[in-house]
Design a protein around this ligand. Structure first.
Ligand code: ADP
Length: 373
């Protein structure tokens, strides 16, 4: 039953019950009185009689009974209101007090009334949402700590080896020109690693903070893919990876930042080379049109990614198990940067992979029709 109806019923009963009871009692009293002393009854009605003690006693008893009835009815009604409305409201208020103090464990339990049930349900929803947000915040805080530890670790490792090689040169351990040359080349390669890492970090943090600027224009995405792949021809050769391009012969236009998109394609090509299997390796880059978008896929037959790790590869600083323990360079930023860039182009990027068989990274980008150009 709704509170409104309940309140109406209560109000009516609060007025009617005492009135009806008093009328019944008065009638009873009048009947008794007329039977006992008919003359006195008349004098009450005409208000001229001198109040005899018998009548006074009867009226007092009647008044006490009437007052008692009204008090009892009032108490019953108050207890009822208290139990059905005030108690649940008190519970809501004490739960809100706890939430204010940061305790989100207190549940809002609904009473039997529709409105209070709805109110409790809304508060409960709010509490659960707050609880989720707090949990998300905690996870984010934890991620940031891990991120900081990872950055420190990733930068310290090449610095430590640079220090070692410089000490080797200074202490005379590198005592031949060949050795010195080898040491210097290693120092150079470690410095390049740090440079690449800091550059990735810079882009990553700029993307995270939304401070990266996109220079958008109409791009022929097919041309961009083949030019990017072309730049890697030497790397394909030296790493023995066979590249095949399955691209449409016509141009496909998208609005975007060609440098940023090139960075994405380069990341994916680099990964296919880095995570190749020892056997004959291949990378197939294909593109096909799908309604108002183009789907580009980078399919390799490399080491693959396990089912457990696949959902995390687009997270910042995530490196799947085999790459974490291998000598393959990386800091787990490439795919998260790529994802950010593709999302900022209103596109999607996702992966399919089987451990030991290979990986497909797919990109969907909205295209511009000729009429829109
Ligand atoms: P990284 O710098 O480690 O290569 P990425 O963000 O590019 O970082 O990739 C994240 C992780 O995803 C890699 O460490 C690797 O474990 C996995 N991964 C990405 N691409 C491939 C691929 N083509 N084949 C196998 N594993 C891959």
């Amino acid at each position: 039953m709704s509170i409104k109806r309940k309140l109406m019923l209560i109000t009516v009963s609060m007025m009617l019950i005492p009135v009806v009871l008093i009328i019944i009692l008065s009638l009873l009293l009048a009947t008794v009185f007329s039977v006992a002393e008919p003359a006195a009854e008349l004098s009450i009605i005409s208000s001229t009689a001198t109040m005899n003690p018998y009548i006074v006693r009867l009226v007092i008893i009647w008044s006490i009974i009437a007052a008692a009835i009204i008090i009892i009815v009032g108490t019953v009604i108050f207890t009822y209101i208290n139990q059905t409305f005030l108690k649940p409201l008190e519970n809501i208020s004490s739960a809100l007090d706890k939430i204010k103090k940061g305790d989100l464990s207190c549940e809002f339990v609904g009473s039997g009334d529709e409105e209070l049930k709805r109110l409790c349900a809304s508060f409960e929803e709010l509490r659960l949402q707050l609880q989720k947000n707090v949990q998300k915040e905690l996870i984010k805080e934890n991620d940031q700590k891990i991120l900081l530890a990872n950055i420190a670790h990733d930068i310290r490792t090449p610095i430590t080896s640079i220090k070692g090689y410089v000490e080797g040169i200074l202490d005379g351990v590198a005592d031949t020109p060949e050795k010195r040359d080898r040491y210097l080349r290693t120092i150079y390669s470690k410095a390049v690693t740090i440079e690449q890492m800091t550059e990735n970090l810079l882009i990553y943090s700029k993307l995270e903070l939304g401070r990266i600027e996109y220079c958008r224009k109409v791009i022929d995405i097919i041309d961009l893919i083949s030019k990017t792949a072309d730049e890697f021809s030497l790397d394909f050769q030296s790493s023995n990876v066979e590249l095949s391009l399955l691209l449409p012969s016509d141009s496909v236009y998208v609005i975007g930042d060609d440098e940023k998109l090139k960075r994405v394609f380069s990341n994916l090509i680099t990964n296919a080379i880095k995570y190749k299997s020892l056997d004959a390796s291949s990378l197939e880059i294909s593109a096909r049109l799908n309604n108002s978008s183009v789907i580009i896929s980078f399919s390799d037959n490399g080491i693959g990614i396990s089912e457990k790790e696949l959902p995390h590869i687009f997270d910042g600083f995530y490196r799947a198990d085999p790459s974490r323990n291998s000598t393959v360079k990386g800091n787990g930023l490439g795919l998260s940067i790529s994802k950010r860039i593709i999302n900022d182009h209103k596109g999607k990027i996702w992966a399919r992979s089987t451990l030991g068989q290979g990986t497909d990274i797919m990109i969907l980008l909205p295209i511009q029709s000729r009429a829109e150009l």
